[in-house]
Design a protein around this ligand. Structure first.
Ligand SMILES: *Cc1c(COP(=O)(O)O)cnc(C)c1O
Length: 384
Protein backbone atom coordinates (compact mmCIF):
# COMPACT_ATOMS: atom_id res chain seq x y z
CA UNK A 1 0.00 0.00 0.00
CA UNK A 2 1.35 3.40 -0.94
CA UNK A 3 -0.26 6.48 0.54
CA UNK A 4 -2.02 8.78 -1.94
CA UNK A 5 0.14 11.60 -3.34
CA UNK A 6 -0.57 14.83 -1.44
CA UNK A 7 -1.61 17.85 -3.55
CA UNK A 8 1.21 19.62 -5.39
CA UNK A 9 2.77 22.69 -3.79
CA UNK A 10 4.38 24.83 -6.48
CA UNK A 11 7.45 27.02 -6.23
CA UNK A 12 5.56 30.05 -7.59
CA UNK A 13 2.30 29.86 -9.50
CA UNK A 14 0.02 32.48 -11.11
CA UNK A 15 -2.33 34.25 -8.70
CA UNK A 16 -5.20 36.11 -10.31
CA UNK A 17 -7.23 38.85 -8.59
CA UNK A 18 -10.80 39.93 -9.22
CA UNK A 19 -10.46 42.35 -12.14
CA UNK A 20 -8.41 40.45 -14.74
CA UNK A 21 -11.40 38.77 -16.41
CA UNK A 22 -13.24 42.08 -16.52
CA UNK A 23 -10.38 43.73 -18.44
CA UNK A 24 -10.03 40.74 -20.80
CA UNK A 25 -13.80 40.72 -21.43
CA UNK A 26 -13.57 44.43 -22.25
CA UNK A 27 -10.87 43.68 -24.84
CA UNK A 28 -13.19 41.11 -26.43
CA UNK A 29 -16.25 43.37 -26.25
CA UNK A 30 -14.44 46.18 -28.03
CA UNK A 31 -12.63 43.78 -30.43
CA UNK A 32 -9.20 45.08 -29.38
CA UNK A 33 -7.54 41.69 -29.94
CA UNK A 34 -4.32 43.22 -31.27
CA UNK A 35 -0.76 43.87 -30.15
CA UNK A 36 -1.78 47.41 -29.34
CA UNK A 37 -4.87 49.05 -27.90
CA UNK A 38 -6.21 50.85 -24.84
CA UNK A 39 -5.17 48.15 -22.33
CA UNK A 40 -1.57 48.29 -23.59
CA UNK A 41 -1.55 52.07 -23.09
CA UNK A 42 -3.28 51.71 -19.72
CA UNK A 43 -0.89 49.00 -18.54
CA UNK A 44 2.10 51.17 -19.51
CA UNK A 45 0.62 54.06 -17.51
CA UNK A 46 -0.01 51.74 -14.54
CA UNK A 47 3.63 50.61 -14.65
CA UNK A 48 4.90 54.20 -14.79
CA UNK A 49 2.65 55.23 -11.91
CA UNK A 50 3.71 52.30 -9.75
CA UNK A 51 7.47 52.46 -10.41
CA UNK A 52 7.90 56.18 -11.01
CA UNK A 53 9.45 55.41 -14.41
CA UNK A 54 9.06 58.26 -16.89
CA UNK A 55 8.29 55.90 -19.79
CA UNK A 56 7.37 52.24 -20.27
CA UNK A 57 6.88 50.04 -23.35
CA UNK A 58 4.83 46.87 -22.79
CA UNK A 59 6.40 43.95 -24.67
CA UNK A 60 5.89 40.25 -25.31
CA UNK A 61 8.50 39.14 -22.74
CA UNK A 62 11.27 40.24 -20.44
CA UNK A 63 13.73 38.67 -22.86
CA UNK A 64 12.37 40.89 -25.66
CA UNK A 65 12.82 43.91 -23.38
CA UNK A 66 16.46 42.97 -22.71
CA UNK A 67 17.03 42.47 -26.43
CA UNK A 68 15.61 45.91 -27.26
CA UNK A 69 17.55 47.56 -24.41
CA UNK A 70 20.74 46.23 -25.97
CA UNK A 71 19.64 47.40 -29.44
CA UNK A 72 18.99 50.90 -28.02
CA UNK A 73 22.43 50.80 -26.37
CA UNK A 74 23.88 50.21 -29.84
CA UNK A 75 25.25 46.72 -29.10
CA UNK A 76 26.54 44.78 -32.09
CA UNK A 77 29.26 42.44 -33.39
CA UNK A 78 32.76 43.06 -32.07
CA UNK A 79 31.52 44.36 -28.72
CA UNK A 80 31.51 42.84 -25.26
CA UNK A 81 28.72 43.22 -22.68
CA UNK A 82 29.50 42.79 -18.98
CA UNK A 83 26.75 40.67 -17.42
CA UNK A 84 26.06 39.30 -13.95
CA UNK A 85 26.92 35.58 -14.05
CA UNK A 86 24.51 34.55 -11.29
CA UNK A 87 21.21 34.87 -13.18
CA UNK A 88 18.75 33.20 -15.52
CA UNK A 89 20.05 32.64 -19.08
CA UNK A 90 17.57 35.18 -20.48
CA UNK A 91 19.74 37.98 -19.02
CA UNK A 92 22.63 36.94 -21.28
CA UNK A 93 21.11 35.36 -24.41
CA UNK A 94 20.16 38.67 -26.12
CA UNK A 95 23.86 39.69 -26.05
CA UNK A 96 24.51 36.75 -28.35
CA UNK A 97 21.43 37.49 -30.53
CA UNK A 98 23.20 40.73 -31.46
CA UNK A 99 26.53 39.12 -32.29
CA UNK A 100 28.24 40.58 -29.21
CA UNK A 101 30.09 38.60 -26.53
CA UNK A 102 29.17 38.28 -22.86
CA UNK A 103 31.77 38.73 -20.13
CA UNK A 104 30.48 37.21 -16.89
CA UNK A 105 30.94 38.99 -13.59
CA UNK A 106 30.70 37.39 -10.16
CA UNK A 107 28.32 38.30 -7.34
CA UNK A 108 29.04 39.72 -3.89
CA UNK A 109 27.79 37.87 -0.80
CA UNK A 110 25.59 40.63 0.67
CA UNK A 111 22.88 40.81 -2.05
CA UNK A 112 24.02 37.91 -4.28
CA UNK A 113 24.11 40.38 -7.19
CA UNK A 114 26.77 42.00 -9.41
CA UNK A 115 29.97 42.59 -7.45
CA UNK A 116 31.10 46.22 -7.94
CA UNK A 117 34.72 45.18 -7.30
CA UNK A 118 34.63 42.41 -9.90
CA UNK A 119 32.87 44.75 -12.35
CA UNK A 120 35.53 47.44 -11.99
CA UNK A 121 38.26 44.83 -12.34
CA UNK A 122 36.63 43.35 -15.47
CA UNK A 123 36.27 46.78 -17.13
CA UNK A 124 39.96 47.51 -16.51
CA UNK A 125 41.11 44.05 -17.64
CA UNK A 126 39.00 43.87 -20.77
CA UNK A 127 39.94 47.40 -21.86
CA UNK A 128 43.59 46.57 -21.21
CA UNK A 129 43.13 43.58 -23.52
CA UNK A 130 41.76 45.90 -26.23
CA UNK A 131 38.10 44.87 -25.93
CA UNK A 132 35.29 47.22 -27.04
CA UNK A 133 32.84 47.31 -24.14
CA UNK A 134 29.21 48.21 -24.91
CA UNK A 135 27.06 47.92 -21.77
CA UNK A 136 26.62 46.46 -18.29
CA UNK A 137 23.72 44.21 -17.22
CA UNK A 138 22.95 44.10 -13.48
CA UNK A 139 20.23 41.83 -12.08
CA UNK A 140 18.12 42.14 -8.91
CA UNK A 141 17.91 38.42 -8.27
CA UNK A 142 14.97 37.05 -6.28
CA UNK A 143 13.85 40.67 -5.89
CA UNK A 144 16.91 41.76 -3.86
CA UNK A 145 18.25 45.12 -5.08
CA UNK A 146 21.86 45.05 -6.27
CA UNK A 147 24.41 47.54 -4.89
CA UNK A 148 23.28 50.15 -7.39
CA UNK A 149 25.09 53.18 -6.01
CA UNK A 150 28.51 51.62 -6.56
CA UNK A 151 27.47 49.99 -9.84
CA UNK A 152 26.07 53.25 -11.21
CA UNK A 153 29.24 55.14 -10.29
CA UNK A 154 31.42 52.56 -12.06
CA UNK A 155 29.23 52.66 -15.19
CA UNK A 156 29.26 56.47 -15.24
CA UNK A 157 33.03 56.61 -14.90
CA UNK A 158 33.45 53.97 -17.61
CA UNK A 159 30.80 55.68 -19.78
CA UNK A 160 28.82 52.48 -20.19
CA UNK A 161 25.01 52.26 -20.33
CA UNK A 162 23.58 50.29 -17.40
CA UNK A 163 20.75 47.85 -18.12
CA UNK A 164 18.84 46.75 -15.04
CA UNK A 165 17.28 43.30 -15.26
CA UNK A 166 14.45 43.82 -12.77
CA UNK A 167 12.47 40.83 -14.10
CA UNK A 168 12.24 39.43 -10.57
CA UNK A 169 12.13 42.75 -8.73
CA UNK A 170 8.86 44.53 -9.54
CA UNK A 171 7.94 46.25 -6.26
CA UNK A 172 11.47 46.26 -4.82
CA UNK A 173 13.13 49.58 -4.07
CA UNK A 174 16.67 50.80 -3.51
CA UNK A 175 17.11 53.96 -1.44
CA UNK A 176 13.43 54.66 -2.03
CA UNK A 177 13.58 54.33 -5.82
CA UNK A 178 11.95 51.46 -7.73
CA UNK A 179 14.13 48.73 -9.18
CA UNK A 180 13.92 49.11 -12.94
CA UNK A 181 14.29 52.91 -12.75
CA UNK A 182 17.89 53.05 -11.49
CA UNK A 183 19.79 52.39 -14.71
CA UNK A 184 19.73 53.65 -18.30
CA UNK A 185 17.05 51.05 -19.08
CA UNK A 186 15.03 48.76 -16.82
CA UNK A 187 13.50 45.40 -17.73
CA UNK A 188 10.42 43.77 -16.17
CA UNK A 189 8.91 40.33 -16.80
CA UNK A 190 5.32 39.13 -16.42
CA UNK A 191 6.02 35.47 -17.09
CA UNK A 192 3.84 32.89 -15.32
CA UNK A 193 6.12 32.44 -12.32
CA UNK A 194 6.81 36.12 -11.57
CA UNK A 195 5.23 38.23 -8.83
CA UNK A 196 2.48 39.29 -11.25
CA UNK A 197 1.84 37.72 -14.63
CA UNK A 198 0.17 38.39 -17.97
CA UNK A 199 0.77 34.67 -18.76
CA UNK A 200 3.71 35.99 -20.79
CA UNK A 201 4.92 39.55 -21.14
CA UNK A 202 7.52 42.12 -20.24
CA UNK A 203 8.27 45.83 -20.23
CA UNK A 204 11.10 48.19 -20.96
CA UNK A 205 11.39 51.22 -18.65
CA UNK A 206 13.43 54.35 -19.24
CA UNK A 207 13.81 58.06 -18.60
CA UNK A 208 14.48 58.83 -22.28
CA UNK A 209 11.08 59.14 -23.96
CA UNK A 210 12.50 59.11 -27.48
CA UNK A 211 14.37 55.86 -26.77
CA UNK A 212 11.28 54.12 -25.36
CA UNK A 213 9.26 55.37 -28.35
CA UNK A 214 11.94 53.86 -30.59
CA UNK A 215 11.58 50.56 -28.69
CA UNK A 216 7.83 50.58 -29.47
CA UNK A 217 8.64 51.25 -33.14
CA UNK A 218 11.21 48.43 -33.31
CA UNK A 219 8.81 46.10 -31.46
CA UNK A 220 6.11 46.56 -34.12
CA UNK A 221 8.26 45.52 -37.12
CA UNK A 222 9.86 48.98 -37.50
CA UNK A 223 7.22 50.31 -39.90
CA UNK A 224 8.05 53.76 -41.23
CA UNK A 225 5.23 56.32 -41.46
CA UNK A 226 3.88 55.54 -44.93
CA UNK A 227 0.59 54.18 -46.33
CA UNK A 228 2.42 51.15 -47.73
CA UNK A 229 4.80 48.91 -45.78
CA UNK A 230 8.15 50.70 -45.72
CA UNK A 231 11.15 49.84 -43.56
CA UNK A 232 14.44 51.62 -42.87
CA UNK A 233 15.33 49.47 -39.83
CA UNK A 234 15.32 45.78 -38.91
CA UNK A 235 12.23 45.28 -36.78
CA UNK A 236 10.89 42.77 -34.28
CA UNK A 237 7.46 41.43 -33.38
CA UNK A 238 7.72 42.11 -29.66
CA UNK A 239 4.63 44.10 -28.66
CA UNK A 240 2.31 42.86 -25.88
CA UNK A 241 -1.20 41.83 -26.92
CA UNK A 242 -4.06 44.05 -25.77
CA UNK A 243 -5.76 40.95 -24.31
CA UNK A 244 -2.74 40.10 -22.15
CA UNK A 245 -2.29 43.75 -21.17
CA UNK A 246 -5.85 43.45 -19.78
CA UNK A 247 -4.63 40.68 -17.45
CA UNK A 248 -1.73 42.97 -16.52
CA UNK A 249 -4.06 45.83 -15.61
CA UNK A 250 -5.99 43.54 -13.27
CA UNK A 251 -2.75 42.25 -11.75
CA UNK A 252 -1.50 45.80 -11.12
CA UNK A 253 -4.52 46.34 -8.85
CA UNK A 254 -3.35 43.51 -6.57
CA UNK A 255 0.42 44.02 -6.86
CA UNK A 256 0.75 45.67 -3.40
CA UNK A 257 -1.09 42.66 -1.89
CA UNK A 258 1.15 40.25 -3.77
CA UNK A 259 4.28 41.94 -2.41
CA UNK A 260 2.89 41.84 1.14
CA UNK A 261 1.95 38.16 0.71
CA UNK A 262 5.39 37.16 -0.62
CA UNK A 263 7.05 39.03 2.23
CA UNK A 264 4.79 37.23 4.71
CA UNK A 265 5.92 33.90 3.21
CA UNK A 266 9.54 34.95 3.79
CA UNK A 267 8.75 35.95 7.39
CA UNK A 268 7.07 32.60 8.02
CA UNK A 269 10.10 30.59 6.93
CA UNK A 270 12.51 32.98 8.60
CA UNK A 271 10.67 32.71 11.92
CA UNK A 272 10.70 28.91 11.75
CA UNK A 273 14.22 28.33 10.49
CA UNK A 274 16.16 31.57 10.99
CA UNK A 275 17.87 30.18 14.13
CA UNK A 276 18.72 26.75 12.69
CA UNK A 277 22.42 25.94 12.46
CA UNK A 278 23.58 25.87 8.85
CA UNK A 279 20.45 27.54 7.40
CA UNK A 280 20.95 31.11 6.21
CA UNK A 281 18.46 33.61 4.81
CA UNK A 282 19.22 36.70 2.74
CA UNK A 283 18.68 39.79 4.94
CA UNK A 284 17.51 43.13 3.53
CA UNK A 285 20.42 45.61 3.59
CA UNK A 286 19.79 49.08 5.05
CA UNK A 287 17.97 51.20 2.44
CA UNK A 288 16.71 48.24 0.39
CA UNK A 289 13.17 46.88 0.19
CA UNK A 290 12.85 43.40 -1.33
CA UNK A 291 9.63 42.07 -2.86
CA UNK A 292 10.75 38.59 -1.70
CA UNK A 293 9.73 37.09 -5.02
CA UNK A 294 11.24 33.80 -3.87
CA UNK A 295 12.42 32.88 -0.39
CA UNK A 296 15.86 31.31 -0.68
CA UNK A 297 18.02 29.55 1.89
CA UNK A 298 21.69 28.63 1.94
CA UNK A 299 22.38 25.22 3.42
CA UNK A 300 25.85 24.65 4.85
CA UNK A 301 26.32 20.88 5.30
CA UNK A 302 29.26 21.51 7.66
CA UNK A 303 26.71 22.94 10.14
CA UNK A 304 23.58 20.88 9.39
CA UNK A 305 25.15 17.54 10.29
CA UNK A 306 25.80 16.78 6.64
CA UNK A 307 22.32 17.60 5.27
CA UNK A 308 22.71 19.26 1.85
CA UNK A 309 20.38 21.43 -0.16
CA UNK A 310 19.87 18.44 -2.48
CA UNK A 311 18.81 16.25 0.47
CA UNK A 312 16.22 18.90 1.31
CA UNK A 313 15.04 19.30 -2.28
CA UNK A 314 14.53 15.55 -2.73
CA UNK A 315 12.80 15.19 0.65
CA UNK A 316 10.33 17.95 -0.33
CA UNK A 317 9.87 16.47 -3.80
CA UNK A 318 8.95 13.09 -2.29
CA UNK A 319 5.99 14.89 -0.66
CA UNK A 320 5.04 16.58 -3.96
CA UNK A 321 6.54 19.93 -2.90
CA UNK A 322 8.47 21.86 -5.56
CA UNK A 323 11.69 23.61 -4.57
CA UNK A 324 14.63 24.52 -6.80
CA UNK A 325 18.38 25.15 -6.60
CA UNK A 326 19.40 28.79 -7.07
CA UNK A 327 20.32 29.86 -10.61
CA UNK A 328 23.34 28.06 -12.02
CA UNK A 329 25.90 30.77 -12.90
CA UNK A 330 26.27 31.53 -16.60
CA UNK A 331 30.04 31.01 -16.59
CA UNK A 332 29.39 27.38 -15.59
CA UNK A 333 26.87 26.79 -18.40
CA UNK A 334 28.08 24.63 -21.32
CA UNK A 335 26.71 27.14 -23.86
CA UNK A 336 28.89 29.94 -22.39
CA UNK A 337 32.01 27.83 -21.75
CA UNK A 338 34.17 30.16 -23.86
CA UNK A 339 33.05 33.44 -22.28
CA UNK A 340 35.47 35.29 -19.98
CA UNK A 341 34.60 35.33 -16.26
CA UNK A 342 35.87 37.66 -13.53
CA UNK A 343 35.30 36.74 -9.88
CA UNK A 344 36.25 34.79 -6.79
CA UNK A 345 33.74 31.91 -6.84
CA UNK A 346 30.94 33.56 -4.81
CA UNK A 347 28.18 32.73 -7.31
CA UNK A 348 29.46 29.16 -7.53
CA UNK A 349 29.22 28.75 -3.75
CA UNK A 350 25.71 30.21 -3.71
CA UNK A 351 24.67 27.75 -6.41
CA UNK A 352 26.17 24.83 -4.48
CA UNK A 353 24.34 25.69 -1.24
CA UNK A 354 21.19 27.55 -2.28
CA UNK A 355 17.58 26.42 -2.49
CA UNK A 356 14.40 28.35 -3.40
CA UNK A 357 11.41 27.36 -1.25
CA UNK A 358 7.76 27.48 -2.34
CA UNK A 359 6.99 31.21 -2.25
CA UNK A 360 3.73 31.84 -4.13
CA UNK A 361 1.41 34.57 -2.86
CA UNK A 362 -1.44 32.03 -3.11
CA UNK A 363 0.05 29.52 -0.66
CA UNK A 364 -2.37 28.74 2.17
CA UNK A 365 -1.33 28.54 5.83
CA UNK A 366 -1.72 24.74 5.64
CA UNK A 367 0.59 24.61 2.61
CA UNK A 368 3.27 26.55 4.46
CA UNK A 369 2.88 24.31 7.52
CA UNK A 370 3.30 21.25 5.30
CA UNK A 371 6.52 22.64 3.79
CA UNK A 372 7.86 23.65 7.22
CA UNK A 373 7.07 20.23 8.75
CA UNK A 374 8.80 18.47 5.92
CA UNK A 375 11.83 20.78 6.12
CA UNK A 376 12.08 20.31 9.90
CA UNK A 377 11.82 16.54 9.41
CA UNK A 378 14.81 16.32 7.08
CA UNK A 379 16.88 18.72 9.21
CA UNK A 380 16.09 16.79 12.41
CA UNK A 381 16.29 13.23 11.13
CA UNK A 382 18.19 13.37 7.84
CA UNK A 383 17.00 12.10 4.46
CA UNK A 384 14.51 9.23 4.74
C1 LIG B 1 12.14 35.71 -15.98
C2 LIG B 1 13.46 36.38 -16.17
C3 LIG B 1 13.84 36.93 -17.40
C4 LIG B 1 13.08 36.73 -18.66
O1 LIG B 1 11.79 37.15 -18.67
P1 LIG B 1 10.74 36.47 -19.69
O2 LIG B 1 9.54 37.33 -19.56
O3 LIG B 1 10.51 35.07 -19.20
O4 LIG B 1 11.33 36.49 -21.06
C5 LIG B 1 15.03 37.62 -17.47
N1 LIG B 1 15.83 37.75 -16.40
C6 LIG B 1 15.52 37.21 -15.21
C7 LIG B 1 16.46 37.41 -14.07
C8 LIG B 1 14.34 36.49 -15.06
O5 LIG B 1 14.05 35.92 -13.89
Amino acid sequence: MTRPTPPKIWLSSPHMGQAEQHYVAEAFATNWIAPLGPHVDGFEQDLCRFTGAAHAAALSSGTAALHLALVLAGIGPGQEVLCQSFTFSASANPIVYLGAKPVFIDSEAETWNLSPEALAQAIAERRQAGARLGAVIAVHLYGMPAQMEAIRRICQEAELPLIEDAAEALGSTYQGQACGTLGTYGVLSFNGNKIITTSGGGALLGADGAAIQKARFLATQARDAAPHYQHSHIGYNYRLSNVLAGIGRGQMEVLPDRIAQRRAVFSFYHKRFGQRAGIQFLPEPEGSFCNRWLTCILVDPALTGGITREDIRLHLEADNIESRPLWKPMHLQPVFADAPYVGDGTAERLFAQGLCLPSGSNLLPDDLERVADRLAQVLDHGPA
